[in-house]
Design a protein around this ligand. Sequence first.
Ligand code: ZN
Length: 252
Amino acid sequence: MATYKEEAVVLRAYDLGEADRILTMITAGRGLRRAVAKGVKRTRSKFGGRLEPFTHLDAVLHEGRNLDTVVQVEIIRSHESVRADFAKFLFGEAMLEMIEKSLHEGQRIPRIFEALCVTLDVLEGDVCDPALLLAAFEFKICALIGYHPHLDCCLHCGRKIEGGRACLDLSGGGIACADCSRGLENLQAMSPDSLSLIRCLLSEDMATVACREESPRVCRDVLGTAFRFSESFLDRPLRSRQVVLRYLDKGT
Ligand SMILES: [Zn+2]
């Protein structure tokens, strides 16, 4: 079994027994990996408090049959300020869980790792609306996995949709015009404002999305649409999303 060096972001970490910690990480070159860090909880551990979710690391790991073993780590970005801010932490956790649940172990899509690193760096700075950043992240990750939403023309009749009522056809992965929506199931209604905002989110970089000032109602609507869109191919519920939605609904 080989030893390898990878950049990684910790997605989830939990204690195992008295001293060890199990990590789920996304790595730059080897996709999702699970690893054990031994002796983390001892006061003189060389890992200290470095192995927390959100931490971007340079890691040396030893490959194992089921679990790799962490040999050495160096912090690239700790993203401490994301963990310290309640709202940023909630939205960031939903991003981490989205990555963990939409990939299977070893599945390698390098641009997903890059997208996560960029988004976490943006989340550390000033963000007008973290809900919008999360919605953009969801749509971008879906697109990278191969579920790019088709939002220009009706999936069924090919008519270009500009303004007016349209629905997202979750089974088809794109929009359906008002006429074609009749009789279809598994639809998410979308206002013209939400549709044009989602189109912008898909083409803009995250730093631009972070500066957008939109009405909280449209942001909430767009985030709900993003969740429903990604849930149509993720076959399991994501716990952190419920927390995010409760947080938003309490604030409005
Ligand atoms: Zn149509």
